[in-house]
Design a binder for this molecule. Sequence first.
Ligand SMILES: [Ca+2]
Ligand SMILES: [Ca+2]
Ligand SMILES: [Ca+2]
Ligand SMILES: [Ca+2]
Length: 609
Amino acid sequence: MPDRESTESRPERRAAATWIALLAAFAVAQAGPAQTRSYSERPDDPPAPTAARDDLGARTPGGRIEAGSYVSIQVNVDSEGRNIVGDAANEPSIAVSPVDPLSMVVGWRQFDSVGSNFRQGGWAWSADGGQSWTFPGVLEPGVFRSDPVLDVDSAGRFFYNSLKVDFSMDFWRSIDGGVSWLSPVPAFGGDKNWAAIDRTGGVGEGNVYGVWQRGIGCCGPDIFTRSTDGGTSFASPVDVDLDPSFGVIAVGPDGEVYATGVETAPFQDFDTFIVSRSDDARDPFAQPTFVGRRVDLGGSMVLGASPNPDGLLGQAWVAVDRSQGPSRGHVYLLGSVNPPGSDPLDVKIARSVDGGLSWEPPVRVNQDAGTAWQWFGTLSVAPNGRLDVVWNDTRASGISTVSQLFYSWSYDGGKTWSPDEAVSTAFDSTLGWPNQNKLGDYYDMVSDSAGADLAWAATFNGEQDVYYLRLFPDCNDNGVSDVTDILGGASPDDNGNEIPDECDGLVLEDPDPGVAGGSNTFRITGATAGETVVLLAALDAGETAVPGCPGVGVNVASPRLLGSAVADGSGTAIVTATIPGGAAGMTILTQAVDRTACARSNLGTYRYE
Ligand SMILES: [Ca+2]
Ligand SMILES: [Ca+2]
Ligand SMILES: [Ca+2]
Ligand SMILES: [Ca+2]
């Protein structure tokens, strides 16, 4: 769990820091949320005298929460699949075997009694794709543990990184699908750690990477460790440029390593997001070095607010596209952030197409108009380049402590998003606190081509419990992943945009021939037959209202009319327009609008030759 470091306990080891730099950093720290907390990832309550699971009479039916085609299945259950009354579980992390996708493991912070915040390393495994779970107990009975992070290597061996009270980590490995664990290996670490394993098949194959927050860890400003022998041993930590805290670590398709979080140099600056990249961490013969960038995510990270008073409202997520397509290597930063204005929290995403050197302006993922809380934003990228995002959302209740889980996905690198939808019923995030005012600090999700496997915590039965949820794009609402619909031929995808054509709406295709200084044709499908379609062009993204269509806007700033055409009987319009020669080498944004249907197309982002 994260804690804002106290000035008393903060180790300052950078002797080179001048008084001026220190004073400036302190001023920045003071400008953020006015909370200073002492470190609390230490035993506080004693362990519960008896574990709730030992009372065999204290059982209720296992949680099974249905919302449309989506079913959340309780993970922390007894051997009969029943809920254990009186315990608590949060901060889940999930890993899914790349060898057998039906094999998955979830770890979490296990509280044996809701009356004590003494926490241990809970885990459960599934061999049937999350439909049923076996919860054997905790890693080591009686040992205080927190901040669980799980991953899996290319051979399907699961890893469980677990924080201990002395800021050291235990690195556990399982070679039997999470049924049992080998003796743990000592690793370096600290509060709010994250870990990831290289599965690229490259020079870094099998490397394990770990990162944690500076100042509340083993090793002062050195917050990155790695194992180049598959987790048998870990190297002395090294520095990460700009010291990101409260985020994750991710491995790109060529073994490049990214760490993210808010800047900590040395004070946490919740207004400044960092993505720091290493190209040599994969190389066992090199000393890892990082180059960081500050990224505008359109708001600040939040720690401690109404839906989750003692926790993060969302950590920072970095994920990399590992597809074979043109988006391979693109990097995404996502978080729940407090934007300017009265809205307390939105989920926003930023993209880099040059390996983290430069970043495009952030895009809002949630699509509601009000001032609801969108917290615990969580990102994963599928092997086919689809982005999957979930978050907790208070829009329906209007109450900051009553949320539903929401889901949205994107096939265009996060520029446009599927209509966001609730994928759970409502729950009160303040129920079942184990003498600690939070639902943990994160959820965790792993995407595959057809969908995503999510581990999350909620309180449907009045207790904090951990759930598994299989998510998938389902625009045609038939209960089957749209990826499967298209692959199996149940839905056509004639325009190749990965979305069943029956869901497409207005689609703008790339220009032909796509050359500046001459005439181009733009094909638009899905329009109202016999009505005019207009094509707008702009240099910058933004939000511009469409006259006559309340609530409908285009995603460009200061657009100008590029051309128009009447749609034929099948709803296809062909717009012919000249792109000026001066646009050669530039990316022009285009978007089509059907004002009869008040429909807008996807945003065209084409770079003209
Ligand atoms: Ca329970
Ligand atoms: Ca909001
Ligand atoms: Ca479907
Ligand atoms: Ca389609």
